[in-house]
Design a protein. Sequence first.
Length: 134
Amino acid sequence: MEKIEHIGIAVKDLEKSNQLFASLFGESHYKVEEVKREGVKTSFFKNGPNKIELLEATNPDSPIAKFIEKKGEGIHHIAFAVKDIKAEMKRLAAEGFQLLSDEPKPGADNKLVCFLHPKTTNGVLIELCQERED
């Protein structure tokens, strides 16, 4: 793993949260994107070299809606940049980590992504991110 790519925060209202984080950071988000297959709308902020991803559910069955229902708004995941997501998935599976998918999936912000189950990472949802080349 190369670095923390971003921190994902689950929110109930993306528009209100965009205003809140714009006030916090002193600048607006740089991208809003919907990932329909995951039932989520995302918004990205930069703060120095760091990125924050806000996530709002677009349907009541989405993982973000279920997360907020169970735990409320707050930190949802920590994403790490990787050079070769398939090799990293293979390595982590061999180490005993439970992957939430067998193959990387297209994610927001031009990334291929795979999540690790929080049961195998001390309760923290971990996302692996690799820049897409398409």
